[in-house]
Structures are given as structure tokens and as C-alpha cells.
Design a protein around this ligand. Sequence first.
Ligand SMILES: Nc1ncnc2c1ncn2[C@@H]1O[C@H](COP(=O)(O)OP(=O)(O)OP(=O)(O)O)[C@@H](O)[C@H]1O
Length: 439
Amino acid sequence: MSSNVGSSGDFGSLGISRWLVESLRAMKITQPTAIQKACIPKILEGRDCIGGAKTGSGKTIAFAGPMLTKWSEDPSGMFGVVLTPTRELAMQIAEQFTALGSSMNIRVALVVGGESIVDQAIQLQKKPHFIVATPGRLAHHVMNSGDDTVGGLKRVKFLVLDEADILLTDTFTDDLTTCVGILPPKQSRQNLLFTATVTDQVKMLQSSPTPEGKPKLFSYEVESMDKVAIPATLKTTYLLVPEQVKEAYLYQILTSNSYREASAIIFVNRTVTAEILRRTLKQLDVRVASLHSQMPQQERTNSLHRFRANAARVLIATDVASRGLDIPTVQLVINYDISANPDTFIHRAGRTARAGRSGESICFVAQRDVSRVEAIEDRINKKMDEFTEVHDTAVIRKALSKVTAAKRESLMAMEKESFGERRKLHQRKNGKEKGYRRE
Ligand SMILES: Nc1ncnc2c1ncn2[C@@H]1O[C@H](COP(=O)(O)OP(=O)(O)OP(=O)(O)O)[C@@H](O)[C@H]1O
């Protein structure tokens, strides 16, 4: 995908409104990607859609483009609801709708956990054109709002499940059922499902029968044409690392000649690891921020702003950051821990190498992770090369003493601040520790 080519008619010839073609052009988006070419005309025809395409391939515009086009033909009332699994992704999508529709005085409501329920209720009463939400918080409003909001939701024309595979897992079932239950019946609205990892659960929706004459489901999977599940511009490597010295290797890579300037996301499986790494790297003078579910929302938002603006060069994150986040400057993704689910690798690694740019992913592989990496290779249909840039054991040993001291101090500070206790309290309040919270 290239953003600097394309004739003026490309999006227009797919049926996108003139004003929106202009908005896209102002963002240097002129030539539709494969998923956009495939899905936009079908959605404009009124069909439901399952869109499967690799990370960073432009799925957001594949659904936002036709929705905004249809909305501008009759811009009244609540028009569409977009559900996503995480707050930060909802914020990003709401910003995109707002930016694309600004010339048309679009009203977009962001309805996510961690923000003021009262402010959101007021926004919802004002009948925004689009609602971008996490399921838990929207479900709360559905159950507690008056006729204005509920009546508006009963007339929406579009429902989008972005990151549909994760939204269709048990974590979200109750809230999703509440949200969807208030919308018009399935046949009377358009249903758009998008993800980089189409699961059987997503496909099952495809096989549900649709009465004659009603919108039929259109399904498009880019992956089925190109068997590799990750972008061609993404370099994937692994590094065998003994569990006890992972921090030293991480520090060594982040400060090596090749990566000392690189903007990087480090994915970990647990919030406590994120906190230890953040503090340790900060002690070692790395410009670092973190993002995980146990941070207050304001801190989460600030961290992401700092990282986007390159005030922080390294982001330590749990899977709250693995889906959808579009930060073009990210050059490196390190899987410090490996997830048990191979699809998670696809989403994490997909935070780099977006929109045709190059990017790199390194997996840290401890003894017990070997089978997980093999499962990832099977899933993506590609073998990873061994990472060879950092191999000098003398250098690692030198880093180790420095890193061990910094880690010790970090652990002592966390104990003093009772991080573990707060974590347990938080878990009791919010259920089991998961990458995703209900709001
Ligand atoms: N036609 C296009 N030409 C150039 N750039 C584009 C085009 N469409 C989208 N983009 C840009 O590509 C980037 C990735 O798009 P987007 O975030 O929609 O990816 P995605 O497929 O949803 O990825 P993910 O699976 O990670 O959520 C964005 O910065 C977007 O502005």
C-alpha cells in the first residue's frame, strides 16, 4: 500500500461521496487498499460484511468510508454504532470519524470505561450521529438511560464490530448481548465485522440464513489469497533467552546501535511485569511509558499521548495495546513474553509494519515458550529467523549487573507502594486478570 499514488477518482469510483474523497485526499489517502476496494461497494449496496485483512491494511476506512457516505445522504439521528474491545482503540476510531466528517459537522460520541458516565449520558441524549464504544460502558448506558437515548439506538442503521473475533469471545458476551439487544433487529440494520484474524466464531455468523430480499452477507478474506497472515514488510525473528536474564537482553537491544533511536512496543503478559520493566528501564534512563489495565484511565491516555508524540520512545504494554492502535512511527515490537494464543502474536506484531511501511518483530523465547513459537509459525505460515544482532555474552554480562541493580530498586519501590496488594484489590473488583476489561 502506498499513500502517495492514485488518481482522484479511486475512492469516488467505489461510490464514496465527493466530500469524503476530499477529506481522504487531505489525509493523503487516495488509492484504496484491497480490503477497501472489496468491501466499500458491497457495504454501499446495503450488504452485511465480514472483512478479514492483515494488520495495518486500512480496515477502518473500509467500514467508515461507506458508513459516512450513507450518513451524509441523510444526516439525522443516531446512524451507527462501532464497538471495539479497548478504550484506546475506541478513542482512535472516534478521532478518525470526527476528522473525516468535520466538514459535515459530524457529532461523534465516545462511550468508554474510565471516563465520566454523566458526560457520556449527556452526549448520548444529544443524539450523536455515531457512537464509538467499548461494550461494557455502552451496556451500562443501555440499561440506565432514558427514552431519548434508547429510542435513538433503536433506529441506528449500522453496527460495526471492529476486532470482531475478540468481541465474540466469552469476555464480552453479556455486554454485547445487552448492546445489540437494543438495536433494530439484525435484518433491519447493516452488520459489519472486521478483524485481522477471522476465527470460526466470526465465520459462523456467515452461515446463519438470511431471508430472501434482505441484505446478504458479503465475506472477504485477503488472507485466503496470500497464505501468510502478517504483512510482507514485517521482519520476524526470535531470540533464545534464559528466563532470568530477559531484562538484560531487552536493555541491550534497546540501547544497541541498531535500535537506540527506534520507537518500540514491548508486550508482556502480566501487568506486574509491565510495571517492573517500566521502572527498571526508567532507572536506566530509557524514555519509557506503560499501558495496562491497572492504570487509571488518565494515566493510560497520557502514556499513549507521550508515546505517540515520541516523548517516550518505548511503550511497555499488555494486550490492551495489541489491537488496532495505529502509530505509524513504531519500528520495533518485542514479544517479551509469548502469548498462548498465536492470533495475539499477529495483532501485537501488527503494531509495526503498517500501511506498507517496514517494521520488525522479535520474540523472546525462553525454554518453555518453544512450542508457543512453533504454533505461531504454523499460524502465520512463515518461519522466523534467529535474531543475531545481540550475541556478545561479555556485553550482556556487563549489562546484567546494571540491570539487576535497577530491577532490585524497582521491586523495593513497588513493595513499599504495595503494588501487589493494589493489584489483588483491583482483581477482586474487576474479576480475573485479563488483557481486556469489561468496559
Ligand atoms: N487507502 C489508503 N492509502 C494510504 N493509507 C491508508 C489507506 N487506508 C488506510 N490508510 C492508513 O493505514 C493505516 C492503517 O489503517 P487501519 O488502522 O485502518 O488498519 P487496520 O487494517 O484496521 O489494522 P489493525 O488490524 O491493526 O486494526 C492508517 O494510518 C490509515 O490512515
